[in-house]
Write a protein of this length. Structure first.
Length: 82
């Protein structure tokens, strides 16, 4: 699942057991537009954590890996959500 606002993207992946994995940025957080990140919520009452704010390039590269190999991309670290 992908959601974005302005220059900030967020990715969530699910495995065959419906376990949720939130992608964490590998980039310097100082380069993230926090204002845009406040608009990414995935329908929740609060915005995503800053550590989940990806750049467009980072999100596209990660999605390309996912579609190429069909598994959780190793480009990033992930936050496991039960």
């Amino acid at each position: 699942m992908c959601e974005w606002a302005g220059s900030v993207y967020a990715l969530t992946f699910f495995d065959e057991n419906d376990s949720e994995y939130n992608a964490l940025t590998s980039q310097n957080l100082e380069s993230i537009n926090i204002g845009d990140g406040q608009n990414v919520t995935f329908g929740e009452p609060n915005p995503i954590k800053v550590s989940r704010c990806l750049s467009k390039d980072e999100a596209i590269n990660t999605l390309n890996e996912f579609f190429k190999y069909g598994s959780l991309p190793k480009l990033l670290r992930y936050d496991f959500v039960e």
